[in-house]
Design a protein around this ligand. Structure first.
Ligand SMILES: Cc1ncc(COP(=O)(O)O)c(C=O)c1O
Length: 423
């Protein structure tokens, strides 16, 4: 049996963690020093089985953009689902038609013409890549920005990171710690075009490098990639699996960066927790896949489509994107003031309501996650385990209020003083 994470004063959570680790594979979870055991969740608050109350700064993993158990979402979702079959394989429902139409319309982008559903982000990435590859089967080369994360499965895994098991993948530079002049990135792309004339099917990138620790490029970077792709008739694929639905302060990050991708992949917040992902983009690319070539058991099922529609309803009625823009500066200021106070924080990077807080090392990062969880007087703050070893991601539900933000920062200030004292 694998030893499970245990915390003092948590009898119920400790017992559940031990039972789970005895029966469930370790690979199912990503590491976190806390392994919170949740009993209940509402808005931006999580309650543990031992009565701890935590402000959530994760949105799950950028999924619960509307917070947990949002009353308006739940009510609409249930109404859309009412009487529908759970599966609609080879059936048409009006709900699916509506979800597709709303998705395309929401993009306000001339290239957003058609939809392919998927059941997870990485499957969406795979379907977007298939679309581009089927359009030009004679072009074997696949370009991806280095250190991106597009998922672990299939082609998504092939274009993740900086090395690939797929011999046709080539990585290009993405501005990270060092931002090189435009000419550097242009020269790199031009060299590839010269080396592989008419052989490149696609270029896939993320708006910002999320999993690598929140690196947000200058706007000109994506504009340069798009222009180059257009010039060479290469499909420009924007992975918005985590940035979609308001996260960067616009409904979609392609608006934030001023580009019109040929294919956009959406996931996570698209359906507020119901497993759903989608590719939206140029009809000529999506139509290169024939009957059955992108079908599977669960994609686009009625419950997924209901969740997509209910999410749009709440975004429209409650001005979620506007709220995100309003509170985002408070989160930035809070993080920057923590950086001024604690010398173990070395950088704060981000936009909208997605930030990376880089710590001096992995030990400090893990300690910060743990101390935030332990908090004060039964109240704490919930983080995921550090990204890229030492970066804490701060991505609260977009509905977080000013007073919740103030409360979370006041707790963090107290909790992280203990980290300072240990170091
Ligand atoms: C940018 C990005 N692309 C793709 C994925 C993969 O999504 P999924 O885990 O749903 O397969 C993720 C997941 O974290 C992601 O952040």
């Amino acid at each position: 049996m694998t030893d499970s994470i245990q915390h003092n004063g948590e009898p119920r959570a400790n017992a559940l963690r031990a039972r789970l680790s005895a029966i469930s594979g370790l690979g199912q979870r990503t590491y976190t020093p806390t392994q919170i055991v949740v009993e209940r969740a509402h808005g931006c608050t999580l309650w543990t089985v031992d009565g701890r109350e935590l402000t959530d700064l994760t949105s799950g993993v950028l999924v619960a953009n509307l917070g947990y158990n949002h009353a308006g979402f739940e009510q609409r979702y249930n109404a859309y689902c009412s009487g529908m079959p759970r599966t609609s394989y080879n059936m048409v429902t009006e709900l699916e038609v509506q979800a597709c139409e709303r998705l395309v319309k929401s993009m306000r982008n001339a290239r957003a013409e058609k939809v392919l559903w998927a059941a997870s982000g990485s499957e969406g990435i795979q379907k977007a890549m298939w679309s581009a590859m089927h359009k030009h089967p004679e072009r074997p080369i696949l370009l991806a920005t280095r250190y991106g994360f597009h998922g672990k499965k299939g082609l998504a895994g092939d274009v993740t990171g900086d090395t690939s098991p797929n011999p046709n993948v080539r990585f290009i530079s993405f501005p990270m710690y060092e931002e090189k002049p435009k000419a550097f990135y242009e020269a790199e792309l031009d060299a590839l075009a010269k080396q592989y004339p008419d052989q490149i099917a696609l270029l896939i990138t993320e708006p910002y490098l999320g999993a690598k620790g929140s690196f947000h490029p200058p706007k000109w970077y994506h504009q340069l990639l798009q222009k180059w792709c257009n010039r060479h008739d290469i499909a420009f694929i924007f992975d918005e699996v985590q940035s979609c639905h308001g996260r960067t302060g616009n409904m979609y990050a392609f608006e934030t960066y001023g580009v019109e991708p040929d294919l956009v992949v959406l996931g996570k917040g698209l359906a507020s927790g119901e497993p759903a992902a989608a590719v939206v983009g140029r009809a000529d690319l999506i139509d290169s896949l024939n009957y059955g070539e992108a079908s599977d058991t669960f994609s686009g099922n009625p419950h997924a489509c209901a969740a997509v529609c209910a999410t749009f309803d709440v975004f429209e009625e409650e001005g979620i994107v506007e709220h995100c823009r309003k509170v985002a500066p408070l989160v930035r200021e809070g993080l920057e003031s923590l950086m001024d106070e604690f010398d173990f924080i070395t950088a704060v990077r981000g936009e909208g309501l997605v930030f990376g807080v880089e710590m001096v090392d992995a030990e400090a990062a893990n300690r910060c996650v743990l101390e935030a969880y332990l908090g004060e007087g039964g109240h704490g703050v919930h983080f995921l385990g550090p990204l890229a070893g030492k970066v804490l991601r701060v991505s609260p539900p977009l509905v977080i209020t000013e007073s919740e933000i103030e409360g979370a920062f006041s707790l963090l200030r107290q909790a992280w003083s203990r980290v300072s004292a240990i170091r």
